[in-house]
Ligand binder design. Structure first.
Ligand code: PRP
Length: 211
């Protein structure tokens, strides 16, 4: 049987996932010493594919990877179709609306400008409040936008809160908690149901052990 292809979000989520694979007793030698390689065996049942978060979803959606590990932040922003089958618990952070300290964001009548890497998340959040805002897409270090007076506030990921604090910004409102999720291609879940269910059960058991 060919291995299950699992796309992992490069970086911290990849490391946390490999730690979980270790707990499952899978051979992680290749992925721990990967050099610049992007596709690596984990045990004999999994082939790990290392990709950027948004690409993990693309590869799973198109079925070239059966499964993927990706943050709820990227899932919330995506419009793709796939199953989200497990909360892996690691990669904990949250989406928040943040802005300059001691400013009442909700006061005034002028429509607000929001900078974000996550325009869909930001749009949904303000739509749920019935608020009309201008959204400007920024690629990274979104905290710069209010500092440069491009935006009144940002919608971004907050983990420790250090980036906000060190730049004179603060959380105005929490939007949603984020953790890493296991996602599955819709056809793969049908075609390889037993294998995937077994793998997920093993991951769940290892996860419980790690708590
Ligand atoms: C994320 C996020 C914040 C920071 C929050 O950026 O966009 O800038 O982490 O973390 P903290 O609350 O622990 O300070 P990331 O490091 O992923 O870099 P990027 O902005 O270039 O995407």
């Amino acid at each position: 049987m060919k291995p299950i292809k699992m796309a992992l979000t490069k970086g911290r989520l990849e490391k946390d996932t490999v730690a979980l694979f270790d707990l499952m007793g899978l051979d992680c030698t290749a992925i721990k010493d990967k050099g610049r390689r992007l596709i690596l065996p984990v045990g004999d049942k999994i082939e790990a594919v290392l990709a950027k978060a948004a690409d993990v979803i693309t590869y799973v959606e198109y079925g070239v990877c059966d499964m993927g590990v990706v943050g709820k932040d990227t899932i919330a922003e995506s419009t793709g179709s796939f199953y989200e089958i497990m909360d892996l618990g690691f990669g904990k952070c949250r989406f928040a609306l943040a802005g300059p300290k001691n400013i009442d964001f909700y006061s005034g009548f002028k429509s607000k400008t929001i900078a974000t890497k996550y325009p869909n998340v930001a749009r949904n959040f303000f739509e749920s409040k019935g608020m009309n805002v201008n959204i400007i897409k920024i690629e990274g270090s979104v905290e710069l936008a209010p500092l440069l007076h491009l935006a009144d506030a940002i919608v971004d990921i907050v983990e420790t809160g250090n980036t906000l604090r060190e730049n004179g910004l603060e959380v105005i409102e929490e939007i949603m908690p984020i953790t890493a999720r296991l996602i599955v291609n819709m056809a793969s879940l049908k075609m390889r149901k037993a294998e995937i269910e077994q793998l997920v059960a093993q991951m769940e058991e290892a996860r419980r052990k790690s708590l």
